[in-house]
Design a protein around this ligand. Sequence first.
Ligand code: NAI
Length: 479
Amino acid sequence: TRNGIEFAVADLEAAEFGRKEIRLAEHEMPGLMALRREYAEVYPLRGARVSGSLHMTVQTAVLIETLVALGAEVRWASCNIFSTQDHAAAAIVVGPHGTPEEPKGVPVFAWKGESLEEYWWCTERMLTWDGEGPNMILDDGGDATMLVHKGTEFEKAGVVPSPDEDTSDEFRVFLQLLSASVAADTGKWTKIGEGVRGVTEETTTGVLRLYQLAAAGELLFPAINVNDAVTKSKFDNRYGIRHSLIDGINRGTDVLIGGKVAVVCGYGDVGKGAAESLRGQGARVIVTEIDPICALQAAMDGYQVKKLENVLGEADIIITTTGNKDVVLVEHMARMKHQAILGNIGHFDNELDMAGLQRYPGIRRITIKPQVDEWVFPDGKSIIVLSEGRLLNLGNATGHPSFVMSNSFSNQVIAQIELFTKHEEYDKEVFRLPKKLDEKVAKIHLDALGGELTKLTKEQAEYIDVDVEGPFKTDHYRY
Ligand code: NAI
């Protein structure tokens, strides 16, 4: 704590550099800046206590300061152990008007390269307010939401289940943290769960968890699925990845991508961006899919569609984008080419069998630099694994650029305002934002790019059965 602000970041002295990058990012984030202008006198988030769990990057810094500009109090942690940009974290603690000696910003608990214990400690601190708890959660991947839900569940039961052999390291550490707090018997998580008006969730994987909770009737508060706003998943997941995937591979390895064979596992929104990114560099891209529709799309887009086991011998780069587990197993890794690159860009590291790799008899790990490891098999062949299997665009590079995140985060801010101000109108289910708001977000960013939008005539609008001012598509339209 310094000047009344609690924080845990790498180095407050990095704040000046962070502030310079935030200033440049603001210009590239017209959606967030437009929301600041629109609500300048209204403060719709006055009284909101937002606990945020989302990669603590420069772009997120602009999101946080937008929430503050709209009246919210905020506490923040990153949703991944490698994704924090330490200068952005420092700048947020210091704030635009503070100094490292006298910070005046927002409590942040995040640094690049946390251990799992530190990660969950940060998440807990972010959710622990003086006095009353948070009344809003802004989540990416659902870890903050899971902590509140599991904490409530275990407090009701009075015990925390013991981990078994199959429990991942991540979940083992999570259970340890909850054991301590449930044993203290303060009812902490139950109270937080009761105080939260709603959660807005950023990504595909977190949204899946929310729908599972809602289907089981276990959701403690209403949720807005931000991911499935069109201006989020069809832009961030796709065009963001198109930018940041090769950024991560380049910064991690500097291997020439042109002419190489790259395998992309999964051809959803992220996979489409990943394949395009690699093809753009001249790689020959092969796609693996389980869904015939996405597989056919890949084929029509000109990619070969194959099973992973049939292309291991030719792949120079393998990237997982599925949001599923056990996609590249250790037996696959053992069959990859010498010095082939393996990385994941889906939300969790369980897409790659990292546990199996660590246990492989005779395996050796040589760390080349942070977030780049060479794993040497007993026969002398090695593979290069990026970010220990965690999302490589944020581990090896700096994530998506500002402009695309402005789309995503505009939806986040709109969703926060919606649930904070109208929570009584929402049941404990998962909702999406109305299309009209999606179109508004798109319009702001189109204008910033100098795009000209054609206006419908009244007759044309009637002919295609829409309003002149939109929405321009039905809800089932797929873009
Ligand atoms: P999506 O659902 O659109 O795509 C996933 C695709 O993987 C689907 O088409 C599915 O059929 C396919 N798939 C599932 N299991 C498979 C398997 N075993 N082998 C091959 N294909 C398989 O999801 P989206 O939006 O593309 O997100 C994917 C992941 O990326 C999620 O975990 C999401 O949270 C994460 N994400 C990461 C970002 C980043 O910056 N690193 C940005 C946005 C999303």
